[in-house]
Ligand binder design. Structure first.
Ligand SMILES: [Zn+2]
Length: 150
């Protein structure tokens, strides 16, 4: 098995670091790091809740969008506390990540043998959100500043 590239190892290290620094059970137990097209790294944590709080992979999509970043190149996710270590995205996140970023690389495997795989390899026979895939890169429709309702 090929070792991770330097960039992918830095991404995984950023996920572990975010987990150590920002996770606090029971509310936040999983951390993720995503690399953007310019090589920047964003991090996020999950929002655990019995009603189905969002996974860290979903939170980071919103964080990226709030910075006008609409493409992610790679992602690595780690659990902390009671389930430490490298974690593959859940099925729900795999589908969403694929629909948003079909060429995304996912760091998966184990802590001892991490590997980089295309998101499509983690979701054989996946459903495709065709309207989203043909819509192109999302963009703001207006440059007007947001206003509070009056
Ligand atoms: Zn998930």
């Amino acid at each position: 098995m090929e070792p991770l590239s330097k960039a992918d190892q830095q991404l995984l290290d950023a996920a572990y670091d975010a987990g150590r620094r920002h996770c606090c059970p029971p509310n936040h137990t999983v951390a993720t790091a995503a690399r953007t097209a310019d090589g920047s790294i964003l991090t996020a944590v999950n929002v655990a809740h019995y009603s189905g709080g969002p996974c860290a992979e979903i939170v980071i999509i919103g964080i990226a969008a709030s910075q006008d970043i609409h493409h992610l190149d790679a992602i690595a996710t780690v659990g902390t506390n009671s389930h430490p270590g490298l974690r593959p995205p859940c099925g729900w996140c795999r589908q969403i990540l694929y629909d948003y970023f079909p060429d995304l690389t996912v760091i998966t495997g184990t802590d001892q043998e991490p590997r980089a795989l295309p998101i499509a390899a983690l979701l054989p026979g996946m459903s495709e959100w065709l309207d989203h895939h043909t819509a192109g890169t999302p963009s703001r429709t207006s440059n007007r500043p947001l206003r509070s309702p009056s």
